[in-house]
Design a protein around this ligand. Structure first.
Ligand code: HEC
Length: 184
């Protein structure tokens, strides 16, 4: 009798220990790229202005809070008249060809700002205005998402891109031109 109890107890322990050991590690669900953009970028750097009822939201006709941001951006015509006439969408969904036709992208792509301001003075300011631009990691992350068709629910860019927190600084130093090798 004692033997049977000991045996069943050790069997129980064996099964119990094994069941713990075999349990697969619970992996965190990958977050949709759009959700990361909403939480890490829009919620922290944009919605102070782009929130329902603010004068800036009225001026830009753009609300970027999580309840409406995706719907307000995808395949929508910009409020900026010049950009609308130039055939931009706020964010297009045709992948690579949409990148250069997405006004949202133009507005956050700080490294491209010389072209932005010189060629399109009527496009308003780089966003967020007057402050530190989006980091190069954030810009790359958004760019890859647009190239992938700007999906709402899938993961299409590596979140590790956001580790790059360097950002574009406009070089305003005066460059002395090298003298021409011939002529004047
Ligand atoms: C300090 C307030 C402020 C902040 C912060 C801000 N914006 Fe704006 N945004 C504006 C104003 C004002 C306009 C309209 C004038 C302009 O386009 O420059 C605008 C316009 C825009 C437009 C153009 C909308 C259209 O249809 O013409 C986009 C896109 C935009 N913002 C995206 C962003 C994003 C993305 C962020 C965060 C990275 C951001 N904004 C942060 C004030 C702000």
């Amino acid at each position: 009798m004692k033997y049977i109890i000991t045996l069943s107890l050790s069997l129980f322990l064996l099964v119990f220990v094994n069941s713990c050991k075999d349990k697969p590690e619970v992996e965190a669900e990958p977050m949709a790229t759009w959700d990361v953009i909403q939480q890490n970028i829009l919620n922290t750097k944009c919605i102070s202005c782009h929130v329902a009822g603010s004068s800036q939201a009225n001026q830009s006709n753009l609300i970027l809070t999580s309840d409406v941001a995706y719907a307000m951006l995808i395949d929508k015509t910009p409020h900026n008249t010049a950009a609308a006439l130039d055939g931009y969408k706020l964010i297009g969904t045709a992948g690579l060809e949409s990148l250069s036709k997405s006004f949202f992208w133009e507005k956050v792509n700080a490294p491209n700002q010389e072209h932005f301001y010189e060629d399109h003075p009527e496009y308003g300011e780089i966003m967020p205005p007057g402050a530190i631009p989006l980091t190069n990691g954030e810009i790359e992350f958004i760019g890859q998402w647009i190239v992938a068709g700007a999906p709402k629910t899938s993961e299409v860019a590596s979140i590790s891109l956001l580790d790059d927190d360097s950002y574009f600084i406009l070089d305003t130093t005066f460059h002395v031109l090298a003298p021409p090798s011939s002529g004047v």
